[in-house]
Design a protein. Structure first.
Length: 407
């Protein structure tokens, strides 16, 4: 990695090295503009966070995203170019179970089939773009089905209550590429993707670079790091969570900052557990959807067999339960004594809390951004179209087209 001096003026600096930021840097480089990515952490990837455990050979668990699909068009194009598409691995089939009244039960046990049959014809007539998740799926799948099954299932997808979330942001229909596995991972987990992206041509990454402030500077931008270093750039892309974007936009686009300031962020405590296979008496499963437990969801690593270990990521509402309480709750759900845990890790995840009316807010933000910065600043992330990896990349692609023209 190059050492920069304060006199350097970069063509394009991206703040945030998650998939949105790395994707933006990738598209900018394809448009002929090299990019410097500033990432506060000691690794790239943000929520694409595959973690291994000291002393457990090559065993890993996904602390964040765990599945990519053949409907992720931008992602597939990127993976083709950076050489990771050829390595994708099919995920073994397994079902989710519900965690209800301190028991693991089948998904079907919570379904009200007659209500579903009576409600489904309504679903097609409802305006998904205008309704919240609760309004849309509550009417279209039935109130009891929503409360007992689908509400908890959607909550487990976004690790927070889904009731007020915009229905269209939860699942977007996207064309599938039939030549690619429907759902896949990579041999060393999904973090291989951001890691490979960070090494690709036209992208330079600086880790441990915490951006503290952003201000206008002679037609470009001045970026201050908490280390005291100052960088300059002709163009800047923000690819950070909405609360960080709000702070960084204050001086350069105050009206845009007012819009982003209305987007909340859910804090998530993620507990990663590894077990020796022989210590778990549990059938293969995809994970747990919690109906009334202290955790929101659990995702297993059973989709890719390991000869010796099994692993799980349990996601809890942030700051509610101490480490010991988390481990006790997870072990109860897995029917195993805490003493059998072979390794443990704690991670923090953050996801945006989008609300009904979000699309108006994005229009307001985009207008404020365009009038304050023309085409010299972009904002991307998982808080525009939705939280999926492909939603992030779709926004990054359209923002880079706005900044650099068609490529
Ligand atoms: C538990 C969980 C499971 C998920 N499962 C899936 C899944 O299976 N499939 C799927 O498609 N999606 C999934 N998602 C969603 C998806 O992973 C995320 O929405 C996406 O990775 C977010 O990418 P991002 O770059 O927008 O944000 P982030 O990943 O949050 O990246 C933002 C980056 O900005 C950095 N940053 C913040 N502030 C600063 C600063 N001041 N200076 C410098 N850097 C800064 C952060 O350190 C971070 O690296 C999941 C998410 C979670 C949490």
């Amino acid at each position: 990695m190059n050492q920069l001096t304060s006199s350097d003026v970069h063509s394009h600096i991206v703040i945030g090295g998650g998939i949105s930021g790395l994707g933006a840097a990738f598209f900018a480089s394809r448009a002929g503009t090299p990019s410097l990515v500033l990432e506060q952490d000691d690794r790239v990837g943000g929520c694409m966070n595959t973690r291994s455990f000291a002393g457990l050979e090559d065993f890993w668990v996904e602390a964040g995203s765990h599945s990519c699909f053949n409907s992720y068009g931008h992602l597939l194009t990127i993976m083709e170019e950076i050489g990771t598409l050829g390595q994708i691995q099919a995920k073994a089939k397994a079902s989710y179970r519900l965690w209800r009244s301190s028991k693991r039960v089948s998904i079907l046990s919570a379904l009200h089939p007659l209500e579903l049959i009576a409600s489904l014809p309504r679903l097609r007539k409802l305006d998904k773009e205008a309704l919240s998740v609760r309004e849309y799926y509550g009417q279209g799948l039935g109130r009891k089905n929503y409360n007992d099954l689908f509400g908890p299932a959607f909550r487990s997808v976004i690790c927070q209550t889904a009731d007020d979330y915009p229905a269209a942001a939860l699942f977007r229909k996207k064309p599938r590429r039939k030549d690619v596995l429907r759902s896949f991972t990579l041999p060393s987990g999904l973090a291989e993707i951001p890691q490979a992206l960070a090494q690709s041509k036209g992208i330079e990454v600086r880790l441990g670079a915490v951006v503290d402030a952003l201000s206008p500077d002679a037609g470009g931008y001045r970026i201050e790091l908490t280390s005291g270093e100052t960088l300059r750039a002709e163009r800047v892309t923000l690819a950070v969570p909405p609360d960080v974007a709000t702070r960084l936009l204050q001086q350069v686009a105050p009206a845009a900052a007012r819009a982003t300031g209305r987007i909340g962020v859910a804090e998530i405590d993620s507990l990663l557990l590894a077990f020796d296979r022989k210590d778990l008496n549990l059938p293969r499963m995809a994970g747990l959807i919690s109906v009334d437990g202290p955790f929101l969801s659990a995702v297993s690593r059973d989709f890719l067999d390991h000869p010796r270990y099994r692993g799980f990521a349990f996601h809890f509402p942030g700051g509610r339960l101490e480490a010991e309480g988390q481990i006790a709750a997870a072990c109860q759900a897995l029917d195993v004594a805490p003493a059998k845990v072979a390794a443990v890790r704690h991670e923090r995840n953050r996801l945006p809390s989008l609300r009904k009316g979000h699309w108006d807010l994005v229009v307001e933000l985009d207008q404020a951004l365009a009038s304050a910065s023309g085409s010299s600043m972009a904002v991307t992330g998982n808080w525009f179209l939705g939280v999926s990896i492909e939603d992030c990349l779709t926004r990054s692609h359209s923002e880079m087209t706005r900044l650099f023209g068609r490529f």
